[in-house]
Write a new protein. Structure first.
Length: 579
């Protein structure tokens, strides 16, 4: 793509959508303030208390537009099989015709914004460029926080660098006229009818995961739904860990955890909270960059107790979406501990009869640099070396607190067989267990069978691969109480993980993985004894037998592209469980 084609594309889109005005975004502070002013003038943003929260604003979504819409999200490949059973598919010609119909005249009376952006540090060889055309100034403001947006990206594109073309219009916010379409072979995204995060901020899930995962397979790297966190020991040794969890399962909290009191001298460095691009480095390790520049995190449940770093970064320069407000216009959400809501997320006087004050998927948008645990490594071109990869989900039972894979191929199986209870991050039922391989079910832009084969191929290409672990902070006891304190105390598990990466700490080998010894995880200072820990790490043989019979059926759904070695490994583990 060249300079010519960027301008030609913008002209084509303008001819189709017929905006009143075209604005090329430069990403400056002045432009951001201008955008905020326009949004305040037309009521799309509401000023929050500027004494307690300078430069903080609230956006209230249309009540029918508050989450990702997986059933309206499509991967449009020429060959249907390439999209895989894990994606909705539409023929690209049909999809383009449908979208062009929706786009015809959709920007009449509106401004068309051209948003050039870079995913990843601007000078990194791993970064990728994109341009989002949108008619939503709310999207522009959010893209400025979430990506490296503006002139630098535009300059590279005009100098001839390839870029992903994203076209977005909020349309009429009608759920019946809403689609999120991906054309990986054309490096193109079309989104219509939603202004919500993952549906509308096209740099995020659409580009950095669905399109990027497709490119990563072709080019030999990995685009993953993972946080990246650095753990520094009192001796000053830093290990970086990448961890995949489904949406709204605590990635942001883990990425910026505050060590428990007993962990004097330990430091946590936040590189990313949602997306991780990993490349084989010259030293035979995997090196990771966070393609994003900001956090679009879940507000409810965030508090001084669960995530003090997030609370600190949300004191200024943040956009809140669908939170409640107090009588003095401070943002408020369930689980915040302090304050009382006066107005709910829909702008009504708060009445507990109407349900929650904030929407369960209420979000904040904030620059990564505002996080007290931000590290400049997040802006380094080569990224950070990854010592360990964690796969985690929300499972009330069965899956132990932590379990190590026996080797890379087993680690890939652990990722591929993850399951988690659904959350409010996507529309649909909440709390049902569904398989969510690598936490990529909604985001993998191609056939899961090919994706796992791609993961497996790293064993031959990368000599010093990270160790792989499965974790579960969400086990519940018979009374429905969480058995593990989670949050800052998850460092106890990370410490064990790091010991294992260094070849320390003993394990107990079970058919499903390697678990810690009963005294393996440091419980000092916790109201928990080794017996209780034991119940968190014990492998329930018959429960796992049942799990593996389901896993096999699930994996079978991806044949004939399911890697044979993976099917054999699952079979082998099932046999060990039954003998
Ligand atoms: O809405 S987003 O897709 O950006 C957040 C999430 O669901 O992980
Ligand atoms: Mn996410």
């Amino acid at each position: 793509m060249s300079h010519q084609s960027l301008h030609a594309w913008v002209e084509d889109v303008a001819a189709l959508t017929r905006p009143n005005k075209i604005h090329w975004c430069d990403g400056s502070e002045q432009e951001y303030q201008q955008m905020v002013q326009e949004l305040l003038n037309d009521g799309a943003l509401i000023e929050l208390n500027q004494d307690s929260h300078p430069n903080c604003y609230l956006h209230r979504s249309d009540p029918q537009d508050v989450a990702r819409v997986e059933h309206l999200t499509f991967v449009c490949t020429n060959n249907k099989a390439d999209a895989g059973p894990n994606n909705n598919w539409m023929d690209p010609k049909e999809a383009h015709a449908l979208m062009d119909d929706l786009y015809a005249g959709c920007m009449e009376g509106r401004t068309l914004y051209v948003v050039p952006y870079c995913m990843g540090p601007v000078e990194s060889p791993y970064s990728r460029l994109g341009v989002e055309i949108t008619d939503s100034p709310y999207v522009v403001a959010n893209m400025r926080v979430m990506t490296r947006m503006g002139q630098a990206a535009r300059d590279k594109i005009e100098a001839g660098a390839p870029f992903v073309k994203g076209l977005h219009s909020i349309g009429e916010l009608d759920p019946e006229r809403r689609y999120i379409m991906h054309f990986p072979e054309e490096l193109t995204i079309n989104s219509f009818g939603s202004g919500y995060g993952g549906n509308a901020l096209l740099g995020k899930k659409c580009h950095a995961l669905r399109i990027a995962s497709w490119q990563a397979r072709q080019e030999g790297w990995l685009a993953e739904h993972m946080l990246i966190v650095g753990v520094e020991s009192p001796e000053g040794e830093v290990h970086y860990i990448a961890a995949a969890f489904p949406s709204a399962c605590g990635k942001t909290n883990l990425a910026m955890l505050v060590p428990p009191e007993e962990y004097k001298g330990w430091k946590i460095w936040t590189v990313g909270d949602d997306i991780c691009w990993m490349h084989p480095g010259p030293d035979g390790r995997l090196w990771a960059v966070n393609p994003e520049a900001g956090y679009f995190g879940v507000a409810p449940g965030t508090s001084e107790k669960t995530n003090p770093n997030a609370m600190a970064m949300l004191q200024r320069d943040a956009i809140f979406t669908n939170v409640a407000v107090t009588s003095d216009q401070q943002p408020w959400w369930e689980g915040m501990q302090d304050g009382t809501p006066a107005t709910d997320w829909r702008g009504r006087d708060f009445d507990a009869e109407n349900g929650k004050a904030s929407h369960p998927n209420a979000r904040f948008t904030v620059s990564a640099k505002q996080c007290p645990s931000y590290t400049e490594k997040a802006d380094e071109a080569q990224g950070v070396p990854i010592s360990a990869i964690l796969f985690g989900g929300r499972r009330a039972g069965l899956v132990p607190l932590v379990m190590e894979a026996k080797d890379w191929a087993h680690g890939v199986l652990l990722g591929a067989t993850m399951a988690s209870e659904t959350t409010a991050a996507a529309t649909g039922q909440v709390g049902v267990v569904r398989r969510d391989p690598m936490a990529m079910k909604p985001f993998c832009g191609y056939h899961y069978g090919d994706y796992w084969a791609h993961w497996l191929s790293f064993a031959d290409k990368v000599p010093n691969l990270p160790k792989v672990f499965q974790v579960n902070w969400f086990r519940k006891d018979g009374d429905g109480n969480f058995m593990w304190p989670g949050f800052g105390d998850n460092l106890r598990v990370l410490e064990w993980v790091i010991q294992r990466c260094k070849g320390e700490a003993e394990v107990v080998s079970t058919p499903v993985g390697l678990v810690p010894k009963a005294d393996g995880v440091n419980l000092t200072g916790l109201e928990m004894n080794q017996e209780q820990l034991k119940s968190l790490i014990t492998i329930d043989q018959s429960g796992w037998q049942h799990e593996f019979s389901e896993i096999k059926t699930y994996l079978d759904g991806f044949s004939p592209r399911l890697p044979a070695s993976m099917a054999n490994l699952a079979e082998n583990i099932e046999q060990q469980l039954s003998s």
